[in-house]
Ligand binder design. Sequence first.
Ligand SMILES: [Zn+2]
Length: 141
Amino acid sequence: MPEHPLPRHWQPKTTETSGRWPLPPLLVALARGLKGHCPVCGQSHIFNGYLRVVKQCQNCAAPLGEVRSDDMPPYFTIVIVGHLIIPGMLILEQTKAPPLWVHIAIWVPLTLALTLTLLRPVKGATLGLMLSLGLMKEGGS
Ligand SMILES: [Zn+2]
């Protein structure tokens, strides 16, 4: 019989990972991230370029670079833009039935503009969401 028997059930990690920074309520963190500001303090910018996140907040030193949002912001952006563009396309087609070139001239530039406009604030909000939920790179705290 082994000295330390194996546990019968998996136990979740219960250590607190975000205790060093007083996190605001979820909606405040989302709003701050949406504006491109640090979700923790709301004072400093989180982007160093178009989508590159700074390593840590210059004001409160929150480890923003350890929050890996990966492909989540583009997925959220695709869902939002799709829900705006596709109904517009269907309504235009059902009411006016314009030629194909009109659809292309309207929807392609509008889709690109909306995507490029929304991607950055959506990434900021995603960062705020993930920070609030304590979803950080393994080993970061
Ligand atoms: Zn901060």
